[in-house]
Design a protein around this ligand. Structure first.
Ligand SMILES: CC(C)(COP(=O)(O)OP(=O)(O)OC[C@H]1O[C@@H](n2cnc3c(N)ncnc32)[C@H](O)[C@@H]1OP(=O)(O)O)[C@@H](O)C(=O)NCCC(=O)NCCS
Length: 320
């Protein structure tokens, strides 16, 4: 398969950038195409002109990485760049990608997925993704700095919110495991034998920060809620999904099941937002599972809007 001339890549990227900016100013400029497992897939229009590009990457997430709890162990990811908004180019590229994956024996294994990240508001892409057997799984949502919290939100009686410290390691681990168990209902997380130990090690690292970016909500001195944020220096892995600027990642948000629906989550998030705004964070990103019935509406009310949807076929060979 031939490599694509740079002027073709630049031309398509220019069109993609224009479209992304017209649908959401929080989206980034499209970056360079990533290095793929082979030359980019190319879709052509009726005149034989390149109308879209697709780059396939293979990722093997090791057992000792917490990332393996947040998805399958083997991931085949397609970066799609389309010149226009019609479905033809997306269909051509997804068909070529399906044929490529069908030739790889490991795509039939249970713990694999084929993944496409697509701007949530770019609705013209939805039908081709569905047609090829992909399902909307995770959403990346974003909140620009200073976005006001609606009136009346952010108060809960008898609630104390404080920064967590190293003494909180057990409770932070327990509440974080609560999120993982809850998200497992939607396939958002896949609890692994190593998950709890990895969560604990990760929490220990985060609790050592000065100041910490972890907050605990307590009622009558009992921990009832947890928020964990990755500061901008640790959030580079996801910062490129939004426009440039100091970007933090809200990694964990959890309220104990018996305490939900009474304003604790909103109070905790408001507290965290005030801190993030004061610390100069310009964009906060987070993930939620598309079908989590609690998180989407909650995050929307807290000032977040969906930016990217991750579409998946599991196992990867289920792509059609
Ligand atoms: C998402 C979560 C953190 C929200 O915490 P919470 O304490 O229930 O949040 P709140 O009580 O502030 O708000 C929840 C809902 O209750 C409503 N509510 C708030 N105060 C209320 C009150 N006093 N009485 C009745 N309802 C109330 C809110 O309107 C809100 O509705 P919305 O979700 O449609 O916006 C919590 O449900 C949770 O831990 N879920 C499981 C883990 C999870 O999904 N985490 C997020 C992963 S991305």
């Amino acid at each position: 398969m031939p490599w694509v001339p740079l002027d073709v890549v630049n031309d398509i990227n220019k069109n993609v950038g224009r479209r992304w900016q017209s649908i959401d100013s929080l989206l980034p400029e499209p970056g360079d195409l990533p290095q793929g497992c082979m030359a980019p897939l190319v879709a052509n229009d009726q005149n034989g002109r390149p109308a879209g590009l697709g780059v396939c990457q293979h990722q093997h997430v090791p057992d000792d990485a917490l990332a393996q709890t947040w998805g399958t162990a083997v991931r085949f990811m397609l970066t799609l760049r389309l010149r226009g908004s019609g479905p033809q180019a997306a269909d051509q590229l997804l068909t070529q990608w399906r044929d490529h994956l069908a030739g790889l024996a490991e795509t039939a294994a249970e713990d694999t997925s084929a993944i496409v990240s697509w701007p949530t508001r770019d609705v013209d892409g939805v039908l081709p993704l569905l047609r090829h057997g992909l399902q909307p799984m995770a959403v990346i949502a974003g909140r620009p700095k200073g976005r006001p919290t609606p009136e009346g939100i952010g108060t809960a009686p008898d609630l104390a919110i404080r920064q967590a410290g190293l003494d909180d390691l057990d409770i932070v681990t327990e509440l974080e495991m609560g999120v993982i168990r809850y998200d497992a209902h939607f396939g958002g997380s896949i609890p692994r034998p190593a998950t709890e130990a990895l969560v604990r090690a990760d929490a220990r690292g985060g609790l050592g920060y000065v100041p910490p970016w972890i907050w605990v909500a307590e009622r009558q001195r009992q921990p009832v809620g947890l928020a964990i944020v990755e500061p901008p220096e640790d959030a580079a892995w996801i910062a490129g999904m939004a426009r440039p600027g100091s970007t933090a990642y809200l990694q964990t948000m959890f309220v104990q099941p018996g305490e939900r629906g009474g304003g604790i989550g909103a109070a905790l998030v408001k507290h965290v937002h005030d801190e993030l705004d004061a610390r100069g964070v310009e964009v906060t990103l987070l993930h939620y599972a598309q079908v989590n019935p609690l998180s989407g509406p909650f995050w929307n009310r807290m000032g977040y809007r969906p930016l990217w949807t991750s579409w998946e076929a599991r196992p990867a060979a289920a792509l059609r």
